[in-house]
Ligand binder design. Structure first.
Ligand SMILES: Nc1ncnc2c1ncn2[C@@H]1O[C@H](COP(=O)(O)OP(=O)(O)OP(=O)(O)O)[C@@H](O)[C@H]1O
Ligand SMILES: [Mg+2]
Length: 471
C-alpha cells in the first residue's frame, strides 16, 4: 500500500504528540509543524495528502495556512482544529476549501474516522482520474487512422500483423505523421488492450529525471526523492510501453535500457531489488536511427533490439490522395466539437490544400482545418480561411499537362519537366532545412556551389521572401 502522508500543525507539542501517536498507530506517515509557516515550508519540500491545522497558532494561523496550501497544491486535503463551540471559524474554513473540522477537545475515534474518509475520497478521485484517462485512450482506439493510399494500406496491414504478437515495433516518420496514433492502435488491437498503454517521451527531460521516470526510484535515492516512485516500465506492467522520440535518448542511459529490454527486469534508481517486467515495447522516432548509429549518438546493439519490425509512416506530401479523406474526417470531428455545420468546400480551397507541401503533415492539416472551421461563418470552407502561406505557395506544376503538349518537341518537354521537378525539389529542401544552404545542399545530395547556381537559375533568392539569408 502506498503511504498516506499527514502533517499536523499545532503550537502545543502535547496535542501534536497525541495526534501523531494515534495516526501512526493507524498506519499513516505523520510529520509535525509548530505553526502555519513551518507547515507551508514542509509542504513545499514534500508532498502530503492531508494537513491537520490548529486554527490558533503564532506566526501564521490555520486559516492563512489553509489559503496558502490550497494555492500551492489544491489536492492536499485540510482539516481544521477549532476551539470548542467556534462554529464561525469552522464554517469559514469549509468555505475556504477545508474538507472538515473537529472541535477541541477531540474524540480519537472521530479523528480516525475523518482521516479514513479523506483517504478513501482521495483514492476514489485517483481512480476516477485513471478511468477517465483510460476512457480517453479507448476513444483514441476508435479514432480512425484515415488513409486510402496504397502506402497507408501497407501500414494498416503491418499494424494488423504485429498487433497479434508481442514483437517490438519501431515507428519512424516525420513529425505529425501519426506515430503515436499508430502506437496506440497497435496496443488497442493487441491482447494487452485492457492493460495500460504508457508513454515516455525521451525528449526535453534532463537525463537523471528521465532515468527515474523510466525505471523509478527508491525513497531517498537522490535529493528530491521523497517517496518511492515506480517508473513507467513498472506502470506499463502487462501492457505496452511507448518510448517516444527514442532517437533523443541520452547515450549514457542506453545501456540500461538495452539491459532491461534484454533481461526484462530492472532495478529502480537507488534500489537493489530486481523487478520483473512483462511489457510490449513500441518505440518511435522522427530521426533516422541508422544515421544516429553512424554518428555514434545511438548504440547499434540497442538499434537492432528495437528495429525488429519497422513501420515507416510516409509524409503527407507523398500520399496526397489521402488529403480529401483526412479533410472529411476532421470536418466531421470539428463540426461536432465546435458546434458548426460545414458541409462542403470550394475548388480553390481544395486546390490550395492539395498543392501545399505539408511539412507538419497530418497534425498541420488538422490544425489548419480546425482553424478554418473556427473562422468560417457559412457552411462552406473557402480559400480565404487558409493561412496566407498555404494559398500563396506555388502549386506543384502540372507535369502531365506539359507532357501532353504535342505542340512542343519531346526533348524540350522532357527538359521542361525535369526543370520543374528540380525547382520543386529545391523549394521543398529549402523549406525542410529552414533555408539553411549547407543543410539544403546535403538533403539534395549536391554541392553548395551547385545549389547556389540552381537557386539563381530558378530565381529562388527573393521570390516572396522565400529564401532569407539565415547563415
Ligand atoms: N492517418 C491519420 N488519420 C487521422 N488522424 C491522424 C492521422 N495521422 C495523424 N493524425 C492526427 O494528427 C495528429 C498528430 O499525430 P501523432 O501525434 O500521432 O503524430 P506523431 O508522428 O507522433 O508526431 P510528433 O513526431 O510530432 O510527435 C494527431 O491529432 C492524430 O490524431
Ligand atoms: Mg509523437
Amino acid at each position: 500500500m502506498k503511504s498516506f502522508r499527514i502533517i499536523i500543525a499545532d503550537d502545543e507539542p502535547t496535542i501534536r504528540l497525541i495526534l501523531k501517536e494515534l495516526l501512526i498507530k493507524e498506519g499513516y506517515e505523520v510529520e509535525e509543524a509548530a505553526n502555519g509557516e513551518e507547515a507551508i515550508l514542509a509542504l513545499r519540500n514534500a508532498p502530503f495528502n492531508l494537513a491537520i491545522l490548529d486554527y490558533r497558532m503564532p506566526k501564521m494561523d490555520g486559516m492563512e495556512a489553509l489559503r496558502q496550501i490550497k494555492k500551492i497544491d489544491p489536492s492536499v486535503a485540510v482539516v481544521m482544529i477549532t476551539a470548542h463551540g467556534n462554529t464561525d471559524v469552522a464554517m469559514e474554513a469549509i468555505r475556504e476549501g477545508a474538507y472538515d473540522y473537529f472541535p477541541k477537545p477531540f474524540d480519537n475515534k472521530e479523528i480516525v474516522f475523518v482521516v479514513k474518509r479523506v483517504k478513501e475520497r482521495q483514492e476514489l478521485l485517483k481512480k476516477i482520474e485513471r478511468l477517465e484517462s483510460q476512457l480517453r485512450h479507448e476513444h483514441k482506439r476508435f479514432d480512425k487512422i484515415v488513409g486510402a493510399s496504397s502506402k497507408m494500406q501497407e501500414v494498416f496491414a503491418l499494424i494488423r500483423k504485429v498487433a497479434t504478437n508481442d514483437v517490438t515495433v519501431l515507428i519512424c516518420g516525420e513529425s505529425g505523421t501519426g506515430k503515436e496514433l499508430v502506437a496506440s492502435a497497435i496496443h488497442y488491437q493487441s491482447y494487452r488492450r485492457k492493460k495500460p498503454f504508457i508513454k515516455v517521451s525521451c525528449v526535453a527531460i534532463p537525463e537523471t529525471l528521465l532515468e527515474s521516470e523510466m525505471f523509478g526510484h527508491e525513497k531517498g535515492s537522490f535529493t528530491g526523492a521523497y517517496q518511492l516512485k515506480p517508473g513507467k516500465f513498472e506502470m506499463a506492467q502487462e501492457g505496452t510501453l511507448f518510448l517516444d522520440e527514442i532517437g533523443d535518448m541520452p547515450l549514457s542511459l542506453q545501456p540500461k535500457l538495452l539491459r532491461v529490454i534484454q533481461e526484462r527486469e530492472l532495478e529502480r534508481v537507488g534500489g537493489t531489488k530486481t523487478i520483473k517486467v512483462d511489457i510490449r515495447l513500441i518505440a518511435a522516432t522522427g530521426k533516422d536511427l541508422a544515421e544516429c548509429v553512424k554518428n555514434q549518438t545511438f548504440r547499434e546493439d540497442l538499434y537492432f533490439r528495437l528495429n525488429v519490425i519497422p513501420i515507416y509512416l510516409p509524409p503527407l506530401r507523398e500520399r496526397r490522395d489521402d488529403i480529401p479523406l483526412i479533410l472529411e474526417h476532421f470536418i466531421i470531428y470539428y463540426n461536432q466539437k465546435l458546434g458548426k455545420q460545414i458541409t462542403s468546400w470550394d475548388q480553390d480551397f481544395m486546390k490550395a490544400v492539395m498543392d501545399y507541401s505539408w511539412p507538419g503533415n497530418v497534425r498541420e492539416l488538422e490544425n489548419i482545418i480546425q482553424r478554418a472551421i473556427i473562422l468560417s461563418s457559412g457552411d462552406k470552407l473557402t480559400v480565404d480561411l487558409l493561412p496566407p502561406n498555404i494559398h500563396t505557395e506555388p502549386a506543384m506544376p502540372d507535369l502531365a499537362a506539359i507532357a501532353d503538349d504535342f505542340s512542343v518537341p519531346m526533348p524540350e518537354r522532357i527538359q521542361a519537366i525535369s526543370d520543374k521537378l528540380e525547382e520543386q525539389m529545391i523549394r521543398h529542401a529549402l523549406k525542410k532545412a529552414n533555408f539553411r544552404r549547407q543543410e539544403t545542399a546535403d538533403i539534395l545530395g549536391i554541392s553548395r556551389k551547385s545549389l547556389h547556381n540552381k537557386m539563381e537559375k530558378y530565381n529562388l533568392f527573393d521570390k516572396d521572401n522565400l529564401v532569407d539569408e539565415k547563415e
